[in-house]
Design a protein around this ligand. Structure first.
Ligand code: ACO
Ligand code: ZN
Length: 236
């Protein structure tokens, strides 16, 4: 997904004016194929939304019966094609709305995706959390010092790390152990604490056995809305 600016530069158009669609709010250059296509897709996805379909490996973290909804966690896994696709589709769509650049495959592999689903199928909120490695002192599980370093060690569970090679962190995580690289709530669902609920789920479930404090979550390049939310959420 390219940013709008890139599209415009690529085409080298000279006579243009930006147009803001009253229905989906997207600003784009009318009459250029790339922008029109971008808008058509964005418009449809905005009005129809992205549908969530259940997958075998999803983890339901919470159910919200009032809205026939739930919070679902998906761990990026290269081999599970559909999961990858769904995460990628959602990310691409959210990128479009945020004007953010595409994420690298390496970063995606270290990420966990949290979906807030309403009405059984509608994705109305999405958070992508990525491990910030430097925020943790990593203790080799085979090391005898591991037990001495901290009384209780918890396994740092990131991605599809099932190979048994232990990565441990102390029970006292350093600040900002988790980075939020994408956060998005559907327009008509905003200011209903959906982002708050998503972030609460991230804090509780990002690292198995360690519940992160609000100020241990870092936000990457927050937007205006994002800044307002982040400062309220982290209490900074
Ligand atoms: N302006 C001022 N304060 C805000 C705003 C805002 N736009 N949004 C949230 N807050 C503060 C308020 O104090 C709010 O509590 P209140 O409603 O009782 O006053 C509190 O944060 C909790 O807000 P939530 O209801 O949990 O937040 P919401 O579900 O509306 O989602 C979000 C916030 C994700 C920023 C949403 O506005 C959004 O998707 N915006 C467009 C995309 C975006 O900018 N995402 C963040 C990019 S940063 C990143 O991706 C790392
Ligand atoms: Zn539109």
């Amino acid at each position: 997904v390219k940013s709008y600016e890139q599209t415009y530069l690529d085409l080298g158009q000279k006579n243009f004016g930006t147009y803001t669609c009253p229905e989906c709010q997207m600003s784009y250059v009318q009459g250029t194929l790339a922008d029109d296509t971008l808008h058509t897709n964005f418009h449809r996805l905005t009005l129809e939304g992205i549908k969530y379909h259940s997958y075998q490996d999803e983890i339901t973290l919470e159910t919200i019966p009032e809205i026939n909804g739930r919070v679902v966690l998906l761990v990026y896994n290269e081999t599970r094609f559909f999961e990858k696709l769904k995460i990628k589709n959602t990310i691409e769509w959210v990128n479009l709305e945020l004007g953010a650049v595409e994420m690298t495959e390496e970063k995606l592999k270290m990420s966990k995706a949290y979906f807030y689903v309403a009405n059984k199928y509608d994705i109305v909120g999405f958070a992508l959390a990525v491990r910030i490695e430097k925020a943790y002192r990593v203790i080799d599980s085979s090391s005898e010092n591991a037990q001495n370093e901290s009384r209780k060690v918890s396994k740092l569970q990131i991605g599809n790390d099932n190979d048994g090679s232990g990565i441990f962190c102390s029970t006292k995580p350093l600040r900002a152990a988790c980075g939020i690289s994408r956060l998005w709530v559907k327009r008509d669902y905003r200011r209903k604490k959906i982002a708050t609920k998503l972030l609460d789920s991230v804090r509780k479930n990002f690292i198995y056995g360690c519940e992160l404090k609000p100020d241990e979550v870092a936000f990457s390049q927050p937007s205006g809305d994002g800044k307002a939310f982040a400062s309220q959420y982290t209490g900074t």
